[in-house]
Design a protein around this ligand. Structure first.
Ligand code: ATP
Length: 365
């Protein structure tokens, strides 16, 4: 197991494009870190700099406290699993798993022991004689993961390893990778654009946008205490509702409802924001139908409902704005009618419209 330190890491590609800006992160031994963000935000570039596949333009990278900027990929003791499985098609599963160890000159009987053990962890024992083409996508992916974990390196890097699998296989492999991490306890960095993968697998998530880290925190912290509108909108499914408003006399207007900010914001901030534009945020699951105490009441027009089984998504209009609510299927409202719902003060977030940063206090620690 290794620990990694990234200090002011930057990537400027030869064409002048600045893909990663001042990336700072300490990754502890055995941590499962997920880099998440939309396409092009710099996740893979950062991972490739850690792997040594891409040079670091500026900044310092340390493995176990030793500067590693100039170390080649092999010297870094890092194994990487790519989106494309990159298996050797003419070799059996056994040989694919054994290949890296054979290259290192490891004894045959040690190789056999490690291959059998790895195959067992990954449920591949009965496929050891098969060639990759005779495997399903999920099984191939397992071989790719197996080739990484068999090397017993200090760090695993995984770049969207599940993106070639169908939705069901992804769910299965997700929990398998978590399980493997629990067994191997190897420091892992996992790249994805899928917030569900990030939320379910990570010890800590790094949310990136346009080459900048937006926030680093546990899934719990990012969900309850997003630092800005981007993180609030990216973590959570469906995303947080964000409604722009203007503060007038310490109140804001959403549709026909007036919301007094004194219930969610301290006096000084209310005064600071008087006359300014802010954004009211609330999660689809943070509301309840009907009128409740310690809550803002909002009157809306129900446009559409989607029954998903475990819950119903309700699409509503509130004045000129739209929102999505998530309710218990038994509470599914009629469509084309007005309905009243309540948002507990605790579920309300306010953001500065200009800086997009949150202005309400952290919800939970
Ligand atoms: P995705 O989820 O689509 O893989 P990503 O977050 O991993 O996206 P990167 O692949 O790291 O993004 O790319 C970050 C930015 O750097 C993108 O705008 C990309 O176009 C740019 N980029 C990547 N490789 C190069 C290169 N060799 N030369 C110039 N720009 C590059």
């Amino acid at each position: 197991m290794a620990y990694l330190t990234l200090k002011n890491i930057n990537k400027i590609y030869p064409n002048g494009f600045h893909a990663v800006h001042d990336f700072n992160l300490e990754i502890e031994r055995g941590e499962f870190i997920v880099f998440v963000g939309p396409s092009g935000c710099g996740k893979s570039t950062t991972l490739r700099m850690i792997a040594g596949l891409e040079n670091i333009s500026k900044g310092d990278f340390f493995i176990n406290g030793v500067r590693a900027n100039d170390k080649g990929p092999r010297e870094r003791e890092i194994a990487m699993v790519f989106q494309s499985y990159a298996l050797y098609p003419h070799m059996s599963v056994y040989d694919n798993l054994a290949f890296g160890l054979t290259l290192q000159g490891v004894d045959e009987d040690v190789i056999e022991e490690r291959v059998l053990k790895t195959a067992k962890i990954l449920g591949l024992t009965e496929y050891l004689d098969r060639k990759p083409r005779a495997l399903s996508g999920g099984q191939r992916q397992r071989v790719a993961v197996g080739r990484a974990i068999i090397r017993k390196v200090g760090v695993f890097l995984m770049d969207e390893p599940l993106s070639n699998l169908d939705a069901k296989q992804r769910v299965t492999m997700r929990s398998e990778i978590t399980q493997i991490h629990r067994e191997t306890k190897a420091t892992t960095i996992y790249v994805t654009h899928d917030q569900t993968e990030a939320m379910t697998m990570a010890d800590r998530i790094v949310v990136m946008k346009d080459g900048y880290i937006q926030q680093v925190g546990s899934p719990f912290e990012l969900y309850f205490n997003p630092v800005n509108m981007f993180v609030a909108g990216f973590i959570g499914e469906p995303p947080m509702n964000l409604i722009p408003v203007t503060v007038e006399n310490g109140k804001v207007q959403i549709g026909s409802n007036e919301l007094d900010l004194k219930y969610v914001l301290d006096e000084k901030k209310i005064a600071d924001y008087e006359g300014k534009d802010i954004v009211v945020g609330f999660r689809p699951e943070g509301i309840a139908l009907g009128a409740h105490e310690n809550s803002y009441q909002l009157d809306c027009f129900v446009e559409l409902t989607e029954l998903l089984g475990d819950n119903t998504n309700v699409y509503v209009n509130i004045g000129k704005d739209r929102a999505i609510l998530k309710v218990d299927p038994h509470d599914t409202p009629e469509t084309d009618v007005n309905a009243r719902f309540s948002i507990a003060y605790d579920n309300v977030y306010l953001f500065d419209k200009e800086t997009e940063r949150v202005i309400t206090d952290p919800k939970r620690k």
